[in-house]
Write a protein that binds this ligand. Structure first.
Ligand code: BTN
Length: 270
């Protein structure tokens, strides 16, 4: 563990009027910041504990995918211990927080359900939320956030589908400033969610979402393929699809690998 980047992040938070209430751990190299923070969560770390790393050797994406994690990008995980039933919407809050943190840098990001952060059609950031529950409810949620800042270490196979802050605005920005901005916005949405429920967060998410509403999409879950018209997200953050047989289906993020817009020639529903 090294002190200096953690202190810089703490100072950046303080400069935003947000003295951070919990430990911030920085590692030059770690398997996965989510895995390290899950260990901390299991041994009772306080809410808002943060783990950041320069590089991950076993970075993970949604649905068991690998998250390429060369040096130069943001890899951050934050621990939440929400008692509210609205907690299932928190992963959407992370996407909104990232998009809001990027906006002052001139990046217009769009959110693809459940929480991919896109610029145009390319992915700039992703969120991996992992939670543990017991009989008495949710014990903790680790929110893992990865933002591509520097294109240099990006694997060749991702270049067609991913982007970076440097590719978008000409420089990679300050990792600690971006981390502080994301955490500050996440804090705001977290308190809004716990205090008044998911309505305002869902409106913020909808206002930044890709324009799929009313269009046919395909959702894959294992071997199953569901086709329908994307209608909305519900109060749990589930995607609402009107299926071809006329029924409405609410899809939770853990159920599907990928949702994609169908090309015009494959559209059979209206
Ligand atoms: C996705 O879009 O599939 C989610 C990607 C999440 C990547 C971040 S990087 C920090 C944290 N640690 C991980 O191993 N994954 C998340």
């Amino acid at each position: 563990m090294t002190e200096e980047p953690a202190l810089r992040l703490r100072s950046a938070l303080e400069a935003r009027g947000l003295p951070w209430p919990a430990p911030i751990e920085h590692y030059p190299i770690v398997g996965s910041t989510n895995d390290r923070l899950k260990e901390r969560a299991r041994s009772g770390a306080p809410e808002w504990t943060v783990v950041v790393a320069d590089k991950q050797t076993a970075g993970r994406g949604r649905r068991g995918r690998r998250w390429a994690s060369p040096p130069g990008n943001l890899y951050l995980s934050v621990l939440l211990r929400p008692s509210s039933p609205a907690a299932s919407v928190l992963p959407l809050a992370a996407g909104v927080a990232i998009a809001e943190a990027l906006a002052p840098l001139g990046v217009v990001a769009a959110l693809k359900w459940p929480n991919d952060v896109l610029v145009g059609a390319r992915k700039l950031a992703g969120v991996l939320a992992e939670a543990s529950s017991s009989a008495s409810g949710l014990e903790w949620m680790v929110m893992g956030i990865g933002v591509n800042l520097d294109p240099r270490g990006m694997p060749d196979e991702l270049r067609a589908t991913a982007t970076s802050l440097e590719a978008e605005i000409g420089h990679p920005g300050s990792r600690e400033e971006l981390a502080a901005a994301v955490l500050a916005r996440l804090t705001v949405w977290y308190h809004a969610l716990i205090g008044t429920g998911p309505a305002s967060l869902l409106d913020a998410w909808r206002s930044r979402s890709v324009g799929w509403w009313g269009k046919p999409v395909e959702a894959r879950s294992g071997d199953q393929v569901m086709r329908g018209v994307a209608r909305d997200v519900d109060e749990r953050g589930a995607l609402l699809l009107d299926l071809e047989d006329g029924s409405r289906r609410a899809i939770l993020s853990g159920e599907v690998q990928e949702v994609r817009l169908l090309p015009a020639e494959a559209r059979t529903c209206s």
